[in-house]
Design a protein around this ligand. Structure first.
Ligand SMILES: [Zn+2]
Length: 228
């Protein structure tokens, strides 16, 4: 597990050079954003211990296995942690693939097994998780969320963008790193969400796959233009 400080309050954890999770410091401990692939639970717990605080909350950004893979095992290691996900994608993580009334007709391109997780809190647009504000960013998955750090306007966007091979939206496969775009549920919504995140004018951008980017506005503009 590689650990890098990307802002005063945020550590980026990386496995295999490609899969990220984040430890966000709060007064009472850490909020962990995403739980990586299966088999990462010990590394995630150790990273928090090394950084000197407990994991008090685990937020899953979306229902893809490279983001929730170690959730169940980590929750067993850290039973006191509050488990949080979006209302929409929590259903997918419990194996419920029925669409939401009125949502666009997307394609579920990956398996959605029932993880048997009982989330402690379901969140939606505008909700707060300590210092983080929830930003609904449907498209890559039906209920993906981004998390805006209200202390410094940093933004963790999961797979609304990726930065492996350069910053790209996931509104379609980017030839340098096509996987996130391939599994996107509904491409027009993914593009709208990428624009919504750009409009927040983040001070820095952190993604599920790839390096964080400081002052990302111009790179986000280019990524959006390439996807439009
Ligand atoms: Zn994903």
């Amino acid at each position: 597990m590689k650990t890098a400080r990307i802002s005063p309050g945020t550590l980026q954890l990386t496995r295999f050079g490609a899969v990220n999770a984040f430890l966000v410091r709060e007064d009472d401990g850490f909020t962990l954003i995403d739980a990586m692939v299966k088999g990462s639970e010990k590394g995630l717990a150790a990273a928090a211990a090394d950084a000197g605080a407990p994991i008090n909350r685990i937020v899953i950004t979306h229902a893809h296995s490279d983001h929730y893979g170690s959730l169940v095992a980590l929750a067993k290691l850290q039973p006191e942690a509050e488990l949080i996900a979006s209302t929409r994608d929590a259903r997918l993580m419990n194996g419920d693939k029925t669409p939401e009334p009125g949502e666009p007709e997307g394609k579920l391109r990956v398996p959605f097994p029932d993880l048997g997780v009982s989330f402690d809190r379901l969140v939606d647009e505008g909700d707060r998780i300590a210092s983080l504000e929830v930003v609904a960013t449907p498209g890559h998955s039906p209920g993906q969320i981004a998390l805006l750090d209200t202390r410094d306007s940093g933004l963790v966007v999961a797979d609304a963008y990726s930065s492996l091979g350069g910053l790209a939206t996931t509104a379609g496969p980017y030839w340098k790193f096509p996987l996130p775009g391939f599994v996107t549920w509904h491409r027009p919504s993914a593009l709208e969400s990428a624009k919504k995140l750009r409009a927040l004018d983040p001070a820095w951008l952190a993604v599920g796959h790839g390096k964080p980017i400081a002052d990302p506005a111009s790179q986000m503009d280019k990524a959006i233009a390439r996807s439009s």
